[in-house]
Design a protein around this ligand. Structure first.
Ligand code: SAH
Length: 351
C-alpha cells in the first residue's frame, strides 16, 4: 500500500491528520488513490445519511454590499453591478413557491446590506416560521455583532452560513481590503457556534495566492473548528474584480477536498456547490459521488437571478433553479441517490 492510501486509511479511522500529512495527500494523490478516497467517502456518507440528498432553497435577498472583497462580483466597488434588494413580501413569495416544490429549508443569502436590520429580519423570520413551522431557516448575511446573532437566534433562525474564506490570516488580507479582518470573521464564527446555531464555514478552492500548504491548513481548520456544514467550491474569476485574470480553481482538487472533509467530519452537511456546477457540467453530481449530501438550487425571483453574479457565468437557471427540481431529482436518481423533502438537520452530535 502506498503512503497516500495509508494516510487516507488513517484519516478514515481517526478523523485526524497533521497538516504535513494532509499536504502529502494533496501533493501526491494519484487517480487511483482518488477513486479509493471517493469510495471511502461514499461509504461514510451512506452510513450516516444513506442515499438522502438534502435540498435548500437559496433566496438571494440582496446584492447590495458595503464590503469590497477582491474576489466577489457584487463587491461595493463594482459600479457596473445592477443592484437590487427584495422586499419581505417577495421573500415570502419565494418561500411559498419553495414549500410547494418540496423545500423544507430556506437560505437567505446576500451582501452586507444595512437594510437588513435586526428588527426587519426578526419580523421576516417570524412570518416564515409562522407559515412554515416545519421548515428550517438559514441566514448567510455576513458579519454581524454577537448581539445581533443572539436576537436572530431567539427569533428562530436555525442555521448560519459564514465561510471563513481562508484559514490563513495573511492570505485573508490578500483577498480583502484592510477594513475587513480575519480575526473578526473568526470571532463571528465562534459567536455563532456559542449561541447554538448550526454553523457553516467554508473556503474557496484555488483562490488567488492559495498554496497547497494552505489547503492542508484548511483541512486542519475544519478538523478543529468542527462546523455542522462546510461550503467549498472553486474560485471563479469575475471580470469586474482585480482578480479577473487569475485562473479558476481546480475541479479535481475540489472533489478531493470534499471527500477528505467527509472523512474528517463524517456527519457534516456538505453541499455540492453552484460554483462546482458552473465550472463543469455535471460537477454537482460528481460532488455528490465524492461524499457531498446537499444541493442548494436557486429560489430567487427570476428577475433578479442574473444580478447576483458572484463570479462570471454563475448558473442561475436551468438545472440550477428550484423550479427545475423535478429534473434535478431525476439526475440525482440516475447516480443512485435521492432528493428528499426533509429539513435535513445535521445529525445530533454532528462531529
Ligand atoms: N455576504 C455573505 C455572503 C457572501 S456570497 C458573506 O459574507 O458571507 C457567498 C460566498 O460566495 C462567499 O462566502 C464566497 O466564498 C463565495 N464567492 C464569492 N465570490 C466568489 C468567486 N469569485 N468565486 C467563487 N466563489 C465566490
Amino acid at each position: 500500500m502506498n503512503d497516500v492510501k495509508r494516510l487516507i486509511d488513517k484519516l478514515y479511522s481517526t478523523h485526524s491528520l497533521t497538516v504535513s500529512e494532509y499536504e502529502e495527500i494533496l501533493r501526491n494523490i494519484t487517480e487511483e488513490d482518488r477513486q479509493y478516497l471517493k469510495s471511502l467517502a461514499r461509504e461514510v456518507r451512506e452510513k450516516h445519511y444513506g442515499k438522502d440528498v438534502y435540498i435548500r432553497g437559496l433566496i438571494e435577498v440582496s446584492n447590495i454590499c458595503k464590503n469590497d472583497c477582491y474576489y466577489c462580483g457584487i463587491r461595493a466597488g463594482n459600479h457596473s453591478c445592477d443592484r437590487y434588494r427584495l422586499t419581505d413580501d417577495e421573500i415570502l413569495l419565494c418561500c411559498d413557491e419553495g414549500y410547494r416544490l418540496g423545500f423544507r429549508t430556506f437560505v437567505m443569502q446576500g451582501g452586507e446590506d444595512s437594510s437588513f436590520t435586526d428588527d426587519r429580519l426578526c419580523g421576516l423570520i417570524g412570518a416564515v416560521k409562522e407559515k412554515y413551522p416545519d421548515c428550517a431557516v438559514t441566514l448567510s448575511l455576513g458579519e454581524r455583532s454577537r448581539e445581533s446573532y443572539k436576537k436572530l437566534k431567539e427569533a428562530g433562525i436555525d442555521r448560519y452560513l459564514l465561510r471563513h474564506e481562508t484559514a490563513d490570516k495573511e492570505h485573508y488580507q490578500k483577498l480583502h481590503p484592510e477594513n475587513i479582518s480575519w480575526d473578526n470573521r473568526m470571532e463571528c464564527l465562534r459567536n455563532l457556534k456559542d449561541l447554538g446555531y448550526q454553523v457553516g464555514c467554508g473556503f474557496m478552492v484555488g483562490s488567488p495566492y492559495q498554496t497547497t500548504e494552505m489547503l492542508a491548513g484548511e483541512l486542519k481548520f475544519i478538523e478543529e473548528f468542527k462546523p455542522h456544514m462546510c461550503g467549498i467550491g472553486p474560485f471563479i474569476p469575475h471580470a469586474k474584480t482585480k482578480f479577473r485574470d487569475f485562473p479558476p480553481g481546480d475541479i479535481n482538487m475540489t472533489l478531493t477536498l470534499l471527500s477528505l472533509i467527509r472523512l474528517i467530519a463524517p456527519k457534516v452537511l456538505l453541499p455540492a456547490t453552484t460554483a462546482l456546477g458552473t465550472l463543469k457540467s455535471g460537477g454537482r453530481e460528481e460532488g455528490i459521488l465524492c461524499g457531498a449530501n446537499v444541493v442548494m438550487p436557486n429560489l430567487s425571483p427570476k428577475s433578479v437571478r442574473k444580478k447576483y453574479m458572484l463570479y462570471d457565468n454563475k448558473l442561475s437557471d436551468g438545472e440550477e433553479s428550484a423550479q427545475a427540481v423535478e429534473s434535478l431529482k431525476a439526475r440525482i436518481k440516475s447516480i443512485g441517490y435521492e432528493i428528499v423533502t426533509k429539513r435535513g438537520d445535521c445529525i445530533e452530535k454532528c462531529i
